[in-house]
Design a protein around this ligand. Structure first.
Ligand code: ARG
Length: 574
């Protein structure tokens, strides 16, 4: 099926062409400032006349009028009205809308073109720490990162996912020694956090153990084979746990995406050498530091990025410098994205600044930050005992809570209900995480995220299931692509369906999945109004019935595809 520009773009191109003709100005389509209009009876508006008028020293209404006079709309819309200070108001022609909507049928991409400028995007996400349970902070990175991976791939970009496991550094001395104290054959770690705590307790209280642990770090870093084998055991145990969480959450990361901190170990020495050779390093308190320009504390002191610690060890910052270099130079990434909590904003800003100064980074690098998950008390979410919330426990709870909500309404058998409870519970947790502006904190509240009304995944899943049930009852979709938009609710739904591409573009280019959430919610609302106002199975004529089934089908595909790009399932029945 033919892929076409979205409506905004289509109008914007015509508006700037007209402006060029009428006013002799050369504008880019974005400068037409075309957007969907919130006004009644207006579908789209172009807002360029105000700024253009100022620039040309002419009254905006006059400018708008001249553009309107020069517009060639080829049946897309009626000639626009000029309103207010100089808005151009468009009302799309119904026949054009009908043809456009019908053309989406049978197109698996629902009219959304692939990018003509594909990029190669290295995407760091999830990135939990070995020998620690994944906690609620890793939920956000995993869920947001995975949605971005899906959105970027759908847009036609190449995505290189990498999971920056915290698998290196001084704690591994004590962890390895602690594991060695457990008799072989009994080494499976049931509870990673308890294991970590016990290792730490011994390290703090047992001098002999602490000495062994310190020696072990040196052995690990010098590549001692026996030590590496035990370290590998720890990594494998942890990875098994991470993979369980990923499977439950529907996160697409696999073992081949693991590029832990240890992976960059062989690169660190050259990173430091090259920074030194470039004259970017200084020794400060015995540590090798870079002081990238533009970073200082409140007292005005320059802030250091510590690349080699006083004891000769490399830390978190050195490793991230190496990641920039590796993914650009060795893997040819054009874009680097790091989906990590906002508390690390300064770290990444300093890493990028250092890499730019060193000439290793010329393209786009961005810290895709996110806020904190809060408890009901408005503080970072914790268990009642005051501990961090384990992600695995949270997800199990989500499925249990969803089961209670689902069984209230469901006509499915027990196995069907269990399957739906999983999709609904996991979907709710993911959607709650994705549907707000990612940089903001949000409060984790079961009743809100599992509500059947409002901007929740359950609402969307329910709307989707309703479309499916309607299509089942209809006994299949009649052939053909004719769509008739008679009732206002039909027209409003069609307009929404045609905006899918715009929503995807906004969500993808801004790394902002919540924009897709908002769009899907609005689509479900438009469908629900259509469903109330427009009889489908009992429509007044066979052709109207067919048209309404086609709108239902398109709604169904839009919701399912949209949810799948967020990493959320859309069951056929709830
Ligand atoms: N392991 C870190 C943590 O749990 C996140 C790592 C993020 N990625 C990076 N390249 N620094 O906080």
């Amino acid at each position: 099926m033919q892929q076409t520009a979205d409506v905004t773009e289509e109008l914007a191109r015509r508006v700037v062409t007209a402006a060029g003709r009428a006013l002799d100005v050369a504008l880019m389509p974005e400068q037409a400032l075309v957007q969907a209009s919130p006004r009644d009876g207006v579908d789209y508006q172009a807002n360029l006349a105000m700024s253009l008028g100022k620039q040309l020293g002419r009254p905006p209404r006059e400018v708008a009028g001249l553009i309107a006079g020069a517009l060639e709309l080829d049946g897309i819309a009626d000639p626009p009205e000029v309103s207010g200070p100089g808005f151009l108001n468009f009302s799309l022609r119904t026949e054009w809308l009908e043809a456009r909507t019908g053309a989406l049928l049978g197109d698996p991409r629902l009219g959304v073109p692939e990018t003509t400028e594909p990029r190669r995007i290295a995407l760091d996400y999830s990135s939990p720490n070995v020998a620690k349970e994944m906690h609620v902070g890793h939920l956000r990175s995993s869920v947001i990162g995975d949605a971005l991976a899906r959105l970027l791939r759908f847009a036609g970009h190449e995505v290189l996912p990498h999971n920056h496991l915290g698998d290196w550094g001084t704690p591994f001395g004590m962890l390895i020694e602690h594991l060695l104290d457990v008799p072989a054959g009994q080494r499976a770690i049931a509870d990673l956090d308890a294991f970590y705590r016990e290792a730490r307790r011994k390290f703090d209280s047992d001098e002999a153990f602490a000495t062994r642990a310190r020696t072990r770090v040196v052995k690990l870093q010098s590549g001692d084979e026996d030590t590496l084998a035990v370290w590998q055991e720890l990594v494998d145990e942890s990875t098994r746990h991470f993979n369980e969480v990923y499977a439950l959450l529907g996160i697409s990361l696999t073992d081949k995406d693991i590029y832990g901190e240890s992976y960059y170990n062989p690169y660190l020495a050259t990173v430091i050498d090259d920074l030194e050779a470039a004259g970017l390093t200084e020794v400060s308190n015995g540590a090798i530091c870079v002081f990238p320009e533009g970073f200082s504390n409140r007292e005005g002191d320059r802030l250091p990025l510590i690349v080699r610690k006083r004891d000769g060890g490399y830390g978190y910052a050195a490793t991230d410098l190496a990641t920039v270099r590796y993914w650009t130079a060795e893997r040819g990434a054009t874009d680097l994205l790091y989906v990590v909590g906002t508390p690390q904003a300064q770290h990444f800003a300093m890493v990028f600044a250092t890499c730019r100064a060193a000439g290793w980074l010329t393209g786009h690098a961005e810290h895709v930050g996110f806020g904190t998950v809060l408890g009901a008390d408005g503080k970072a979410m914790r268990t009642r005992a005051g501990e961090t919330v384990k992600l695995a426990d949270l997800l199990t709870e989500a499925v249990t809570q969803a089961a209670a909500v689902v069984t209230e309404r469901s006509e499915l058998d027990a196995a069907g209900q269990a399957e739906v409870a999983r999709a609904v519970g996991i979907g709710a947790v993911k959607y709650a995480d994705l549907s707000g502006d990612r940089e903001r904190d949000y409060v984790f509240a079961w009743d809100r995220m599992l509500a059947y009304e409002g901007n929740t995944s359950v609402y969307l899943q329910y709307a989707h299931a309703r479309t499916q049930s309607l299509l089942r009852k209809a006994g299949g979709l009649p052939e053909g692509t004719q769509v008739a938009l008679e009732a206002p609710a039909e027209r409003a739904l069609a307009l929404k369906l045609l905006r899918f591409g715009e929503a995807l573009k906004a969500a993808t280019s801004g790394y902002a999945p919540h924009k897709l959430c908002t769009y899907l919610y609005e689509t479900a609302v438009a469908f629900s109004r259509f469903f109330e106002e427009c009889p489908v199975l009992k429509a007044s004529s066979p052709s109207l019935r067919a048209s309404r089934l086609r709108l239902t089908t398109l709604t169904s595909h839009t919701l399912a595809l949209g949810l799948s790009l967020l990493g959320i399932e859309a069951p056929d029945r709830l």
